[in-house]
Design a protein around this ligand. Structure first.
Ligand SMILES: Cc1ncc(COP(=O)(O)O)c(C=O)c1O
Length: 414
């Protein structure tokens, strides 16, 4: 049976009274703890950690993480604007995006944001606009890591980064625009295969050697975090020690001592957030069918289960000593809005406390890629409010959305 991470039933009740359900709650203390763990990553020739803010970009979270001394990796020009709005200095922000910036192009790079080119076209555009600048590039090292195609972002089936056989073309474009390649980057996905991650470190170092001005090698994020009690988190110290030795061995044969950078998202935020909700209904499909537990939240608020078949601990807060198997589903009018499916999209049952309508429920491991990745306002359900738990006090950091907030931007032409 799964247990609560940082919440207590009393805190959940008081959050529900304050803003209703569903609502996200984040723990400042846990975020700070994770930052300290990341900052202790072993290294040989210097180290920097970036937070991949796509995981959870709330301004309050960014401020906490900046306060701990981390830098940031943004995945769009709009995430860069979010960082600048939070008062984060431009030189602590890197843009690694699938789409080249347009609207804020001048504003962000003239301010000093670092650019990590993710395609040859992006590198060319950057060169045209900012000749003579320093630049980084993201390489697709030819292999990836991820539990399925949707979480694997390296190898031939991934469009992310510049294919590893095209480094001559990078040199050509850099020469054409007097760009200085000072950093190299790889991120292969949020998988659980440390062997692949380690092999990519060696391969990225070899690529770095082709560019004489490179001083920093960024190995991305993708450190697995156990959400379910049956899973195992990456041991940052042991992966870090291995990577440190790879850097030392590489330096002893090439003389190139590279600074290491990593940019986790999940590791920093996944278990720092929980989604609280309620049992809305219990139905069944007869003796040969299933018993369904319907929650008052779903894929509009937490999309990972429907998108990736991701498992999250689901804990019912009641005094029942009995348990029961349920297919747990969300409140959207979609047969895909189910929390308990396997990777082949087959319904699975979860054994939880025997439920009553109105029971409070906690969905754990909801701090990363949950609020940020939600299908906001599907079925016109309001966006869930967010709370920060700080020194045992709950502070509202995103106000509940009302139906008027959803309707206000919509225009009916005359
Ligand atoms: C470029 C880049 N860096 C870092 C991350 C963070 O990955 P994770 O949250 O698995 O640590 C991502 C996630 O997709 C990414 O695309």
């Amino acid at each position: 049976m799964e247990t609560l991470n940082f919440l207590t039933p009393e805190i959940v009740r008081s959050a529900a009274e304050k803003v209703g359900t569903p609502a996200y709650i984040y723990s400042q203390e846990t975020i700070e703890k994770r930052c300290s763990e990341v900052l202790a990553f072993p290294n040989a020739y210097g180290f920097n950690a970036r937070y991949a803010l796509k995981a959870n970009p709330h301004l309050a979270i960014l401020k906490i993480i900046e306060g701990k001394g981390l830098h940031f990796d943004a995945s769009s020009e709009y995430e860069v604007m979010r960082c600048l709005h939070a008062g984060i200095p431009a030189d602590k922000i890197q843009l690694t995006g699938q789409q080249f910036p347009k609207k804020h192009l001048k504003e962000i790079f003239e301010a000093g944001v670092l650019f990590n080119a993710c395609s040859l076209r992006q590198l060319e555009e950057f060169g045209k606009n900012f000749p003579g600048s320093n630049v980084s590039f993201r390489i697709n090292p030819g292999t990836g890591s991820g539990s399925n195609r949707k979480t694997n972002v390296g190898g031939p089936s991934a469009s992310f980064g510049i294919w590893h056989e095209y480094t001559d073309q990078i040199t050509k474009i850099a020469d054409k625009y007097q760009l200085k390649v000072t950093r190299i980057h790889s991120h292969i996905g949020s998988g659980s295969d440390p062997e692949v991650w380690k092999a990519v470190a060696e391969m990225t170092l070899a690529q770095a050697d082709k560019f004489p001005d490179v001083h920093t090698v960024n190995l991305g994020g993708g450190f697995k975090v156990a959400r379910m009690s049956s899973e195992k988190s990456t041991d940052l110290q042991s992966v870090g020690e291995f990577v440190k030795q790879v850097f030392i061995t590489h330096a002893s044969s090439t003389g190139n001592e590279y600074k290491l950078e990593i940019e986790p998202g999940t590791y920093l935020s996944a278990n720092c957030g929980s989604l609280i909700c309620e049992v809305d209904d219990i139905t069944d499909t007869g003796a040969e069918g299933y018993k369904f537990l319907k929650l008052n939240t779903g894929m509009d608020t937490i999309t990972r289960p429907a998108l990736y078949a991701s498992e999250h601990p689901i804990i019912l807060l009641n005094d029942s000593s009995e348990t029961e198997d349920y297919v747990i589903c969300g409140h959207c009018c979609e047969s895909g809005d189910v929390f308990t499916v396997d990777e082949s999209d087959t319904l699975t049952e979860r054994n939880v406390a025997k439920a009553n309508i109105g029971d409070l429920v906690v969905i754990e491991g909801a701090g990363a890629y949950c609020a940020s990745m939600s299908l906001k306002n599907y079925n016109s359900f309001p966006t869930a409010p967010q709370l920060l738990l700080k020194d045992n006090e709950l502070k509202v950091i995103l106000a509940p959305q009302e139906i008027q907030d959803i309707l206000a931007p919509e225009i009916v032409p005359n």
